[in-house]
Write a protein that binds this ligand. Structure first.
Ligand SMILES: [Zn+2]
Ligand SMILES: [Zn+2]
Length: 139
């Protein structure tokens, strides 16, 4: 009985952690964040729960950065920007995904669109700023 309760507590904590942050965490980030509070937590448990949450539609995977899946508790369609320098996954407003494109997919190809993911890649604002304020080393 005790064990079961502890199990669902961890489950809830994993989901809460994903939904409470805007950094689009990886499984390992969640593991390190919760480990102090749940010392018997294993990375395998985190991965297993993430798979279940994804199957249930509670969370979505928005992309893979440095070999790690990045997760989003916001399941409404919205666009993302991935920084190749610092690995940040940043939200962009929904209107970056043009709705008329979804209609075109149906009209032109006959596919039923359920959701849409749009990803921009590059160097984020913070990294651009940091590289500009860096002292010149080449001279
Ligand atoms: Zn960056
Ligand atoms: Zn997002």
């Amino acid at each position: 009985m005790m064990k079961r309760q502890n199990f669902s507590k961890k489950r809830e904590a994993i989901l809460r952690t994903i939904c409470e942050t805007e950094i689009h965490p990886s499984a390992e980030w969640i593991y390190h964040k919760l480990k102090p509070e749940y010392p018997d937590l294993s990375l395998g448990t985190v991965y297993r729960n993430i798979t279940k949450f994804k199957d249930n539609g509670d969370i979505v995977c928005v992309g893979v950065v440095n070999g790690q899946e990045r997760l989003d508790g916001n399941v409404m369609p919205h666009a993302h920007f991935i920084c190749r320098k610092c690995g940040s996954v940043l939200d962009l407003p929904k209107d970056f995904i043009p709705e008329e494109n979804e209609n075109k997919v149906k009209e032109m190809f006959g596919h039923e669109v359920e959701t849409c993911a749009l990803m921009f890649y590059g160097i984020c604002f913070t990294c651009v700023k940091n590289s500009q304020s860096m002292p010149e080393l080449s001279k």
